[in-house]
Design a protein around this ligand. Sequence first.
Ligand SMILES: NC(=O)c1ccc[n+]([C@@H]2O[C@H](COP(=O)([O-])OP(=O)(O)OC[C@H]3O[C@@H](n4cnc5c(N)ncnc54)[C@H](OP(=O)(O)O)[C@@H]3O)[C@@H](O)[C@H]2O)c1
Length: 312
Amino acid sequence: MRTVIVTGGNRGVGLATARHLAGRGYNLILVCRDEQRGRAALESLHSPVSQGNHRLVVADLASLESVREGARRITGTGAPISALVNNAASLPPKRVESRDGFELQLAVTHLGHFLLTNLLLPQLRDAPAPSRVVTVASAAHSGPPFNFRDPNFERRRYRRRQAYQQSKLANVLFTAGLARRVAGTGVQAAALHPGVYDTGLLRNYLGRIPGGGVAARVGTSRTEKAGPVVAELAVGRRDEDLNGLYFHKGARAAPSATGRDTRAQERLWSWSAEATGLEAVPAGGEAGAGPGSGDQRELGSVLTDSPEMPLR
Ligand SMILES: NC(=O)c1ccc[n+]([C@@H]2O[C@H](COP(=O)([O-])OP(=O)(O)OC[C@H]3O[C@@H](n4cnc5c(N)ncnc54)[C@H](OP(=O)(O)O)[C@@H]3O)[C@@H](O)[C@H]2O)c1
């Protein structure tokens, strides 16, 4: 039975994705930071028609030690992984530091996923090709370049939307760097904007809205609709090579110019490897734990249209 991992699978887009995949007969591993919330989500995956062998791994993506421990528990099962959905994100109103001293959004949304993905690559390669790493980014990644001089907002005023934009840009840059490293190994890396849904994160992004609900203001879709959108890239389109591609919901799209910047992609990879204590591997070398083919295709380089819509 095929296994899919979803981070932040206890609510919002992550839970919708997990439920959809459970309904299609996949075994789910939910990576959640809170045991109680994770267990409740796990329970909700079972239905009379879907009784998969689902598991919860409690891990806090804001802690590198916790991510390593969570990855150990997953690798301990030895099960090949068909897809890893890097979905979790955090959007605090004020600047908060992770346990390791990184700005929290960057820590959860990017560094935790960077480390988890690299540690799970051997199991992704063990699954029948193609296996996928799908990172849930956002159209909100569009904007200024990644600020390598001050990634943690130590020398500039913290603005939550700016930090969100940077963390989502990191998702896109990371996917491109990963795609180069896994090309030819049977693993494919893709990123997407999933659509706009009325979730806790969207409410934090928009802040207080006087005189109206989030849904009325921005025209959100029902969150369950995110499930098939994300799942399609994780386990669908098996005849297509999605490696290095960005999607706006289900449609291929061009990431922003800052997302297509190859130098920034590689610089972020080296910075992240150092930050997480992984060995930095140049594209075309060995990714985390395995060989890459040296394919230098850029994320978005083969794309045409450019709906750089901001997250509304
Ligand atoms: N909603 C939208 O309109 C929209 C649009 C574009 C992109 N996205 C992207 O979709 C993804 C999911 O967002 P959402 O809207 O579904 O948000 P959400 O409902 O707020 O869910 C966020 C998930 O991330 C988890 N999480 C937060 N911090 C964590 C940590 N330190 N360790 C582990 N898990 C952690 C949360 O767990 P807890 O329950 O424990 O807090 C929750 O399960 C995000 O990457 C977001 O950027 C969403």
